[in-house]
Design a binder for this molecule. Structure first.
Ligand code: ADP
Length: 336
């Protein structure tokens, strides 16, 4: 069976260059002015969001930005302090249970039942949606195949690797053919091979027309998967748009990262001193972080010509990316 059959086909498979549904009345999720506080701490500080059917939308933000709490409010798993939420067309939290029947959820921490086999986990989860055993049983082979777990019906959860557990959790979230798939940090803690496999599966689902909402703090994940994304910090959306659009809007197109030991004559002066003396004149914007000076430029030629004559300095010239936008908007300070 094709990937398109795994989830709801309401959005229809995507064709190259086709637009996602921009009819907000049919949006799988609408948030208006959603807030949430724990004690004195305002964790979600007024989020507005309208998901378009058939798109992959990402909430990207540093640790503690409020991504998980926003998702939990959207799903009716945490009561918001204020604002309105419509999930699958239904008001949340009032009709959250009913709305969740049409949603697939992949939580941040795998909560598969360790006492059950792979197939039993899918069966038990399917019953929660009121599906008949025969219907679920008929679906189990395609779900396990999607998870790359063919022939592992009887495998116990403890025998699976972290990547396999994630994929099984993803397959489990599809048991009810959801019209919206929500994933909270789907690849945190996975090795690169396992991450790529999850991305591959998610891309298949997105191509087949499933609407996907995910949270991540990985830029590459957000950039690879999302049609649109919002960068969150302090419980607020700082900016929202397509990844390329955000880069074009917020950042100079090219970046030169300068590092190494700058020498002038016989003095070893370091990158910070080089930046203080030259970076402003040769770039539109620059910042020094650790032992690297990040120079943001539209026309890099004068900077590159200068660097070629400086002793001890090395540099990396690259196009601007989402991480540059993220760091510009959220800062470089550690969050933990
Ligand atoms: P993110 O998913 O972006 O890392 P979270 O939504 O998990 O952020 O958390 C945002 C803030 O809310 C953090 O400072 C976190 O400690 C706090 N927080 C989250 N859940 C609770 C809770 N149940 N009780 C108290 N504080 C919480």
């Amino acid at each position: 069976m094709s990937t398109a059959a795994l989830a709801s086909r309401k959005g229809g498979p995507r064709t190259e260059g086709s637009a996602v549904d921009t009819d907000h009345r049919g949006s799988p999720l609408v948030l208006r002015g959603v807030t949430k506080a724990y004690g004195d701490q305002r964790v979600v500080a007024g989020i507005d969001l309208t998901l378009r059917r058939g798109e992959c939308f990402t909430l990207l933000g540093p640790n503690g930005a409020g991504k998980t709490t926003t998702l939990r409010c959207a799903l009716g798993l945490t009561a918001p302090g204020g604002g309105t939420i419509r999930l699958a067309g239904l008001p949340v939290p009032e009709r959250a249970r009913e709305a969740r029947m049409r949603v697939g959820i992949v939580p941040q921490i795998d909560n598969l039942d360790p006492d059950f086999t792979c197939a039993e986990n899918l069966m038990v989860y399917g019953r929660y949606f009121g599906l008949r055993d025969a219907e679920i049983a008929a679906r189990i082979p395609e779900l396990l195949a999607f998870a790359g777990l063919e022939g592992r019906h009887e495998a116990r959860i403890q025998t699976l690797s972290g990547g396999m557990k994630r994929r099984l959790t993803l397959a489990r979230a599809l048991v009810n053919r959801p019209e919206l798939l929500v994933l909270d940090e789907p690849t945190t803690g996975l090795d690169p091979q396992a991450r790529h496999l999850i991305w591959d599966r998610l891309k298949q689902l997105i191509r087949s027309g499933t609407t996907v909402l995910l949270t991540t703090h990985f830029m590459d994940e957000a950039e690879r998967l999302s049609d649109r994304l919002a960068i969150l910090d302090g419980g607020r959306i700082l900016t929202e748009g397509a990844p390329r659009e955000l880069i074009a809007t917020h950042i100079e197109p090219q970046v030169v990262e300068v590092y190494g030991d700058w020498n002038e004559g016989s003095s070893a002066l370091g990158v910070e001193t080089w930046a203080a003396r030259h970076a402003a004149a040769l770039s539109q914007r620059h910042e020094v972080s650790g032992e690297t000076a990040f120079c943001y430029v539209t026309h890099p030629a004068p900077l590159l010509a200068h660097l070629a004559t400086q002793h001890g300095l090395r540099y990396l010239h690259r196009p601007a990316n989402l991480e540059d936008v993220f760091l510009k908007l959220t800062g470089r300070e550690l969050r933990d």
